[in-house]
Ligand binder design. Structure first.
Ligand SMILES: [Zn+2]
Length: 506
């Protein structure tokens, strides 16, 4: 009998912040215990970053930009992990914690009997971290006169650099301490439904599946900015004293655009502690989900996989959050744990691209699908204990922080590409036409690119791999799918504009 699959993706989860990835804090005690019966990929690499360049590869096993840079998400009718499994009789359900880039609008509902993305009024936002209010938008309407004085002060202060800095600091502190009503609850501040809610929905659905094989996908946002863990998560991570007010202050501080990295360092550790509490909550709720699977008698025939769509930066290279800028390890290296009943636990250091995950999962489930994927399965090597040498390739549009905009500042910018082996990594920027080569063994934090002209053999090998990737993407390009996506987007835009016209009374 084909095995069921439970697949968890965690937004923004770095490989080096889980226990089985060597983290010093106990963020993942349950997942660590699960490694005793799992295959662990210590070099799992996303195929694109952030969310909108990572998920097409995870679900459709293809390069993120294979359909053209103007295509966002999955194409209508494209073979996906869910649609392939549904076709062969799996019950399918998705519970996703309000990330608009993996919504039905971007094609992710395809193949799911039940698709719940929580993008309702309660969590109706675009999920972009840069938009968290730093206080400026919270002043009450009655403060109009104050705002005018403030505007004048701001204008005056811009003439003198030191005065401008002082102004920014005073204004930030004023907003945080006096202008905004005090925060009383972390639950009120949180932007995304927390893991307990997503897991709760999943458990209710599991109670209905019966004996047929099923595919259950959960996408959890707890470690995503703004970092507002549950109160319980703060307690179990030893920070019960962190109040909602303090958490809001830290998040607002962390989003300040007027501060340089050295000033932001002041609260970095506290911000990371909030992020880690989010991971701890994912871990405890995953434990609850597995317990439910056991209670329902489903665990013994169930494949379990957990990974992330990308990581998160905490000033490692001077940045924050996860914009597609550098393709450094904190963004592209993610945890991946695969539990298949009967499979020996093992860790592989071979570089594994998440573009190979969907076919690997289908093979591991012995589901024998009709539809093929562009990327191959690694199941044979995993099963037999063999390794593989193919490097992982990561691609994205450099600096594209708002893919819903199609202008040249976003989706049409030059691409960024990384080729990642277990030891060496090459990053190629198509804008500057420059490459950087890192030896991750001697320089795991990517602080010193190898000097030009050194390691010529490695350099040539990785550049050749980049060339093959671009060529393959060109050959793989499926004009039919691209056309269908464009038509579908046009239909959506038309529907939206007619809705706006209707509500505007035209
Ligand atoms: Zn994401």
């Amino acid at each position: 009998m084909a095995k069921s699959i439970v697949f968890i993706t965690v937004d923004c989860l770095r490989a080096d912040h889980v226990g089985f990835g060597g983290y010093r804090r106990p963020t993942t005690p349950f997942l660590d215990s699960l490694t005793a019966e799992s295959f662990v990929f210590s070099n799992a690499i996303v195929a694109g970053t952030p969310t909108y360049y990572s998920f097409p590869a995870i679900f459709a096993a293809r390069a993120p930009l294979a359909l053209g840079r103007e295509i966002l998400g999955l194409a209508p009718g494209e073979a996906t992990l869910a649609s392939v499994l549904k076709q062969i009789g799996y019950a399918t359900a998705a519970f996703s914690a309000a990330n608009p880039y993996i919504s039905a609008r971007c094609g992710y509902d395809q193949g799911f009997d039940v698709f719940r993305d929580f993008l309702d009024h309660e969590f109706g936002h675009d999920g972009l971290p840069g938009e968290e209010a730093s206080g400026n938008g919270h002043a009450s309407a009655s403060a109009g006169r104050l705002r005018e004085i403030n505007r004048q002060l701001q204008r005056l202060s811009r003439n003198v650099v030191s005065l401008a800095k002082l102004y920014d600091e005073v204004y930030f502190q004023y907003c945080q301490r006096w202008a905004i009503p005090p925060a009383t609850s972390l639950d009120d501040l949180r932007r995304f439904p927390s893991a307990d809610r997503i897991v709760g929905e999943a458990c209710s659905w599991l109670a209905t599946v019966g004996r047929q094989p099923f595919f259950l996908w959960l996408h959890l946002m707890d470690p995503h900015a703004p970092y507002y863990p549950t109160q319980k998560a703060l307690e179990i991570t030893g920070q019960p004293q962190t109040s909602a007010q303090r958490a809001r202050y830290l998040n607002s501080f962390w989003q300040r655009s007027d501060l340089k990295p050295q000033s932001l360092m002041r609260h970095r550790d506290e911000v990371i502690a909030l992020y880690d509490a989010g991971i701890r909550w994912v871990d405890s709720q995953t434990s609850r989900l597995v317990e439910t699977l056991r209670n329902f008698g489903l665990w013994d025939n169930c494949i379990f996989a957990l990974t992330a769509d990308h990581g998160e930066e905490f000033l490692d290279h001077g940045g924050r959050f996860h914009p597609p800028i550098g393709l450094m390890e904190e963004l592209i290296h993610v945890p991946l744990l695969l539990r298949v009943p009967g499979l020996q636990s093992r860790t592989t250091a071979s570089s594994f691209s998440l573009a190979n995950l969907a076919p690997t999962l289908i093979d591991a489930a012995q589901a024998r699908p009709q539809a093929g994927f562009e990327r191959e399965s690694r199941w044979e090597q995993i099963k037999t204990g063999a390794s593989w040498n193919e490097p992982a390739v990561v691609e994205c549009i450099g600096g594209c922080t708002n893919p819903f905009r199609r202008d040249s500042g976003n989706r049409l910018r030059p691409r960024l590409l990384a080729v990642r082996e277990a030891r060496y990594k090459l990053i190629f920027d198509f804008e500057s036409k420059r490459e950087r080569l890192y030896d991750l063994e001697t320089d795991p934090h990517e602080l010193r690119p190898l000097p030009d002209g050194t390691e010529t053999v490695v350099r040539r090998r990785l550049l050749e791999c980049a060339r093959r990737h671009i060529e393959r993407a060109r050959n793989e390009r499926n004009d039919d799918l691209s056309l269908r996506t464009r038509l579908s987007e046009m239909r959506l835009e038309w529907a939206e504009s007619s809705h706006q016209s209707a509500t505007a009374g035209f």
